[in-house]
Design a protein around this ligand. Structure first.
Ligand code: A3P
Length: 294
């Protein structure tokens, strides 16, 4: 398999009210019946919010630097539950065969799609959210280079699609808001922000340790902070997706910039104003605030 040999790009369709492609719905029944274990940790995000980063951090916090960390790609250490790309990848099979305990499991599902077993087992859930503008920029470049995603098209046509939720995993606005609401009724949900993680990684790692009930020395935590730095992860073939056959790195790297505020290099003033106006109408919960710069 290589990107140029990959089947044509998938179609986007409406699935229970959310835009999806078949790669994340073909295994629906099995995913819905997934049996979680009480110590499973679910990492939930809208695509491109920094999933790989927080997965890498949790993996290092739990298991440290072992042979597995230097030989198994992050997407196999922290499998993407709902993805199915035969014959390359079945997230659920990978989860079922995970040798680790606890199991770290990634999902991009909106909260209403999450298999009920996670809630029944009272699993810990880490949700990472990223401001809409940077999230969109990152998703745009990802859709350009990932052959298993619908075509990105040009930037000016991408903005209205993001606004209307016509991207894989649906509306960013619904995703971040509905997960935020879940937190009010489900205490074992830790909601965090990409911008905070960039600004003070160490502090966010402290909070994660508190939430996960992990006691780690300052030295250990510093090692995790340093190990998960963008420059390190970009160099690490087990983290930068260079081992992945469906991405074309000639178009854009997976570890692209890792910054807050790159949206300023993409939005025109008019686009930004139009976006902000619509944003205000959609994001009415004042308790959920994002930062577009730090
Ligand atoms: P950019 O495209 O803005 O650079 P996901 O893992 O959810 O697909 O998110 C990918 C985004 O997270 C990319 O954003 C990527 O560069 C960024 N990212 C990954 N590791 C990071 C790190 N250690 N520090 C900062 N950003 C990181």
């Amino acid at each position: 398999f290589s990107p140029d040999k990959f089947p044509s790009r998938p179609e986007l369709f409406d699935f229970h009210g959310v835009s999806m492609t078949h790669y994340f719905t073909d295994n629906w029944e099995n995913i819905q019946n997934f049996q979680a274990r009480p110590d499973d940790i679910l990492i939930a995000t809208y695509p491109k919010a920094g999933t790989t980063w927080v997965s890498y951090i949790l993996d290092l916090l739990h298991f440290g630097q072992t042979e597995r960390q230097t030989s198994v790609p992050i997407y196999n250490r922290v499998p993407f539950l709902e993805i199915i790309v035969p014959p390359l990848y079945s997230g659920k099979d990978l989860v079922d065969n995970l040798p680790t305990s606890p199991r770290l499991i990634k999902t991009h599902y909106p909260v209403q799609f999450v298999p009920k077993s996670f809630w029944e087992q009272n699993c810990r859930v880490v949700y990472l959210a990223r401001n809409a503008k940077d999230n969109m920029v990152s998703y745009f470049h990802f859709d350009r280079m990932n052959m298993a995603q619908p075509e990105a098209g040009d930037w000016s046509s991408y903005i209205p699609r993001f606004i209307e939720g016509k991207l894989v995993f649906g509306s960013w606005y619904d995703h971040v808001n509905n997960w935020w609401k879940k937190k009010q009724t489900y205490p074992k949900l830790h909601y965090m922000f990409y911008e905070d993680l960039v600004q003070d990684t160490g502090q966010e790692i402290d909070k994660l340790c508190g939430f996960l009930g992990l006691s780690r020395s300052d030295e250990e935590k510093r090692r995790v902070t340093d190990g998960a730095h963008f420059d390190n992860m970009k160099k690490d073939d087990m983290a930068n997706y260079s081992t992945n056959a469906i991405m074309d790195f000639k178009i854009s790297p997976f570890m692209r910039k890792g910054k807050v505020g790159d949206w300023k290099n993409h939005f025109s003033v008019a686009q930004s104003e139009m976006f902000d106006e619509d944003y205000k109408k959609k994001m009415t919960d004042v308790t959920l605030q994002f930062r577009t710069e730090i």
